[in-house]
Design a protein around this ligand. Structure first.
Ligand code: ZN
Length: 338
């Protein structure tokens, strides 16, 4: 099969690899219909995560089940499935509490930018659609695999909801879909922080009521002006740098909630300031599996259109261009067709 492999920073290749095989009776093999490049793949692409040996890339997927192990019960060959970027049993106490990405049996799902993918713990990881959906719905279902689910979790962790003012820091696909999530969850105000015109437009299309282009102290000041001088009830941090975290903590009101979905890279938290301001801070790798049934339904019923984050569509063979375009911010998110 063809698969996307990173050899070194800025060196992404599509090459022939052995087809994946069932390794455990709980595995499934999925023929990938659509994959994509994630903002988190760019940490590796830019050399910020060490690359010790060539690594198969990709963790977002929608596809058709080809084969299942003897113990798989809930999905069968021929079904269209979406799954999370971490495999989980969905039955242990941690999963049942809603934290499937910390499942006691969790395993990363990697190598999705390829023709075929092995998914461990298929019963707990994959969600099948009731019937084969129209082809135009597949990109939306693909977003549920990570960026939509992650944005959703960020909004939930920030306690977005009716009567709340929600700020989203970060205008990548996750941030934009956190805007969509906050609007869907009924937030009264949704304030997107973005300086890029096409992303500002998409934020508005997803339900933002205001856009703040300023950053730093000025950005915080603008948020306070929009929120009776108090700051937002809810802030989603969808970047993971010190600057974005400082922005998020500055924008939240005393007693407010910060939902963190940007993987922190070199971030220090001001514990004393957070203590005195009663800031609730929570997040982590999104337990996308918790939200998959709900999100798949919203997409299938065409009540949301998260696929608008894909502004570049390529053949899998051109995966390297998909990475370069996102790295250079020429694209928000690259869709790959195997
Ligand atoms: Zn579990």
């Amino acid at each position: 099969m063809r698969a996307t492999v990173i050899h070194a920073p800025y060196d992404v290749r599509v090459e022939q690899r052995d087809d994946p095989r069932l390794l455990a009776p709980t595995d499934a093999i999925v023929r990938v219909e659509l994959a994509c490049v994630c903002g988190s793949d760019l940490w590796t692409y830019r050399g910020l995560n060490p690359i010790e040996r060539p690594v198969a890339m990709g963790h977002e997927y929608v596809g058709t089940v080809e084969e299942v192990g003897a113990d798989v019960r809930t999905v069968r060959p021929g079904q269209l499935v979406v799954g999370s970027f971490f495999a989980s049993d969905n039955t242990c106490p941690i999963c049942r509490a809603g934290y499937q990405t910390s499942c006691v049996h969790r395993e990363p799902v990697r190598g999705a930018q390829a023709e075929l993918l092995r998914v461990p713990l298929a019963d707990g990881t994959l969600v099948a659609t009731p019937e084969r959906p129209d082809a135009d719905l597949l990109p939306g279902l693909l977003t549920a695999s990570d960026v939509l689910g992650t944005g959703w979790f960020g909004a939930r962790a920030a306690e977005a909801g009716p009567g709340k003012a929600v700020v989203v820091v970060g205008d990548g696909a996750v941030g934009l879909l956190a805007v969509l999530a906050a609007a869907q969850l009924g937030a009264e105000q949704v304030i997107a922080m973005s300086r890029h015109a096409p992303r500002q437009e998409l934020a508005h299309a997803f339900g933002a009521t205001a856009v703040v282009a300023e950053r730093g102290e000025e950005g915080v000041e603008r948020v306070r002006e929009l929120t009776d001088g108090l700051g937002a009830h809810s802030v989603v941090e969808a970047v993971g740098t010190q600057d974005s975290m400082t922005q998020a903590l500055g924008a939240v009101r005393p007693g407010g909630h910060v939902g963190v979905v940007g993987l922190p890279h070199g971030v220090d938290l001001p514990a004393v300031d957070m203590f005195y301001r009663h800031v609730h801070w929570s997040g982590g790798p999104a337990p996308v599996r918790q939200y998959l049934p709900e999100l798949v339904e919203l997409v299938l019923e065409r009540r949301i259109d998260p696929a608008r984050v894909f502004d570049l569509e390529l053949s899998l063979d051109d995966a390297a261009e998909g990475y370069a375009a996102m790295d250079e911010r020429r694209a928000i998110k690259s869709l790959l067709r195997p």
